[in-house]
Design a binder for this molecule. Structure first.
Ligand code: GLN
Length: 446
């Protein structure tokens, strides 16, 4: 009730939720109470959470912030939601996002252009901006987001909270509306690394409904929390500290590195020379996969039903009115890159780069346990500043996208504040399936 009250009081100015579900929340709270009374509570029993609006929730509208799915009510739960329900969590509602998770500012949402709780004239980041803003403003205890190229980490960084993108395959994507299937992962946004670990332990694991979920056993992700960092090797790739990154961001992350040193960690210099190709490779791969995944929204099977007296006209009208500008841009870019004649020139080259990023990171991890980078080149910027310059917006993803391409886990936590009082985020990248070490290191700093 306290959370629902707070949502009523402040979300009118933040717009972090698209749908609030008080009745469901009360019913779930009763069940949670019964379980607590019976003495067999799970870690998330009775914990009020928000779900990003691209996660299917049985009987609750799931819009992806798109007119295309404005009235879509899924008849099933995503696996992650089912797993949280098995612990008797409480869902407060569905969090806003960039349309179909395409964006970095939450301003492409057709319904709720979320604002940053630190300064409501600034963006909260994206695409999981609603989830991050809701956690930051105390409108839920934790939230789930999805991360295709930074969408958990960057909004967590902009809103001063902690966000974890798990290893590709760690969490089932069954019931997550697909954006780019070789990159998408679901993960937690919470007030601290330890809370992220608790939520990850609840949602991780192989799932027969998602063939890309890995047959890895699920550890207690907080098992290393509180242990000494002595001897931990932290790599700092110099390209992440170049001219593209604001000075105050660099300074805050380097100050955090020194603090790790004082905790007994060892700093390692390294280089990832292909970083300059990261944004180009990511936007080719992500758009190509998006163009293919979004072909299903034709107004027939589901989605907004357009008008027209022929099949073609009806589909054209559905997609013209259902999708916003950014989504259309990605579909055009993706189909272009996949067309005969352009496939080899663009898409195949981007795929070749994927192997390069994997090799570069493997090489760094031969001599380091984790990698420390800024989460974003800047702090949260004013609403309206970058929305009309897609290339500039895309460039802002330079620090996060290679992690998805290389299938690695990474956590973002706050490492300082700008002169204007906005949070600065740093990211810790781990070896594949080694979420426990980055949670341990983020917790030690927090
Ligand atoms: N900002 C990136 C994009 O627009 C990442 C989005 C995401 O991770 N879902 O594609």
């Amino acid at each position: 009730d306290a959370y629902l009250e707070r949502i009523r009081a402040v979300d009118g100015s933040l717009l972090s939720y698209i749908t609030v579900t008080p009745e469901e929340a009360h019913a779930q709270a009763e069940q949670a109470q019964a379980r607590i009374d019976a003495g067999n509570a799970a870690p998330l029993t009775g914990i009020p959470m928000a779900m990003k609006d691209n996660l299917c929730t049985d009987g609750v509208r799931t819009t992806c912030s798109s007119r295309m799915l404005e009235d879509f009510v899924p008849p099933y739960d995503a696996t992650v939601v089912e797993k949280l329900k098995a612990q008797n969590y409480i869902m407060l509602g569905k969090a806003s996002m960039d349309e179909f998770a395409m964006g970095s500012s939450n301003q492409t949402s057709a319904f709720a252009k979320t604002r940053n709780p630190y300064d409501t004239s600034c963006v909260p980041g994206g695409s999981s901006g609603g989830s991050a803003a809701a956690v930051s403003a105390g409108l839920c205890a934790a939230a789930l987001g999805s991360d295709t190229g930074g969408s958990i980490r960057q909004p967590a960084s902009f809103c001063g909270v902690t966000g974890l993108k798990p290893t590709y395959g760690r969490v089932s994507r069954y019931g997550l509306v697909a954006f780019a299937s070789s990159l998408d992962q679901i993960g937690p946004i919470a007030r601290c690394a330890r809370d992220c670990g608790t939520v990850l332990s609840a949602i991780a694991g192989q799932d027969p409904h998602d063939a890309t979920s890995a047959p890895q056993s699920v550890p207690d992700f907080n098992e290393k929390v509180g242990k000494s960092l002595k001897g931990l090797k932290i790599a700092l790739p110099k390209e992440f500290f170049g001219d593209a990154v604001d000075d105050e961001v660099k300074e805050a992350v380097l100050a955090a590195a020194r603090e790790y040193q004082s905790m007994g960690a060892e700093l390692v210099d390294c280089s990832i020379s292909t970083l300059k190709y990261a944004v180009a490779a990511y936007y080719l791969i992500a758009s190509a996969e998006a163009a293919s995944n979004l072909a299903r929204f034709d107004g027939i099977k589901y989605g907004l039903r357009g008008e027209g007296n022929s099949f073609d006209k009806m589909i054209r009208d559905s997609r013209s009115r259902g999708f916003g500008d950014e989504v259309k841009r990605r579909i055009l870019l993706g189909n272009y890159a996949l067309s005969s004649g352009y496939y080899d020139a663009y898409y195949r080259k981007a795929l070749a780069l994927k192997q390069d990023f994997i090799k570069e990171y493997d090489r760094i991890f031969q001599n380091a346990d984790i990698i420390l980078t800024p989460t974003a080149p800047t702090v949260a910027y004013p609403i309206g500043k970058q929305e009309h310059d897609p290339v500039k917006m895309y460039t802002g993803d330079i620090c996060t996208v290679t992690v998805n391409i290389a299938c690695l886990p990474a956590i973002s936590t706050t490492c300082g504040y700008s002169r204007t009082g906005m949070p600065i985020g740093m990211s810790l990248i781990g070896r594949r399936f080694d979420e426990a070490t980055i949670i341990q290191a983020a917790d030690a700093f927090e």
